[in-house]
Unconditional design. Structure first.
Length: 185
């Protein structure tokens, strides 16, 4: 946290999701896109489509970090939205806090970085929108330490800044709820 710059939020002018690339990439070059890598990492009882070398996850169970609920994931129209892949640092938030100054390759890396991605409950993710720690925290209080540690790590890795309100919330959580929280990398 001490390495992050504190500044105001820049305008959202020029932000488009496409500034961070289109579709899911394969950041670790294992042949699977980032979405399926995260599903494989975050779900249990994972089933992959035969013939895809484990790269198309068709079902599994998520123990949602944001709510604590167990959610059955089944790939398909109308069912996949139950589990979504959250950008812990929302791309719009990143844009307003320094990503507009990153090169295209760095923005694509940010959007596909496993550190910034988490399989979560779809409706809870939708309620987050592009909020930062000052405007949205997971409803499950026991996960907030890990959440702010992950947000801080992503912002530090990509040279993004935080607002004063965001810094204050993160410091309050770390000081009062998790003084022993280790930094993520």
């Amino acid at each position: 946290m001490a390495t992050l710059t504190v500044k105001g939020r820049a305008p959202k002018t020029g932000y488009e999701r496409s500034n961070f690339g289109s579709g899911w990439k394969d950041p670790d070059r294992n042949g699977c896109d980032g979405r399926n890598d995260i599903l494989r990492r975050d779900l249990t009882a994972v089933v992959a489509r035969p013939g895809t070398q484990g790269c198309v996850i068709t079902s599994g169970i998520l123990h949602d970090p944001y709510t604590g609920k167990f959610i059955d994931f089944v790939r398909g129209q109308g069912t996949s939205n139950a589990v979504q892949i959250d950008h812990v640092v929302a791309l719009s938030d990143a844009w307003q806090k320094g990503a507009q100054q990153l090169g295209a390759d760095e923005r694509i890396a940010l959007a596909n970085d496993p550190l910034n991605l988490l399989a979560v409950d779809g409706p809870t993710n939708a309620s987050k929108g592009d909020g930062d720690a000052a405007t949205w925290l997971p409803p499950r209080k026991s996960y907030r330490c890990a959440y702010v540690a992950r947000q801080t790590a992503v912002k530090a890795k990509y040279g993004l800044w935080v607002t004063r309100a965001e810094r204050d919330v993160i410091q309050r959580i770390v000081t009062k709820q998790c003084p022993g929280q280790k930094a993520l990398r």
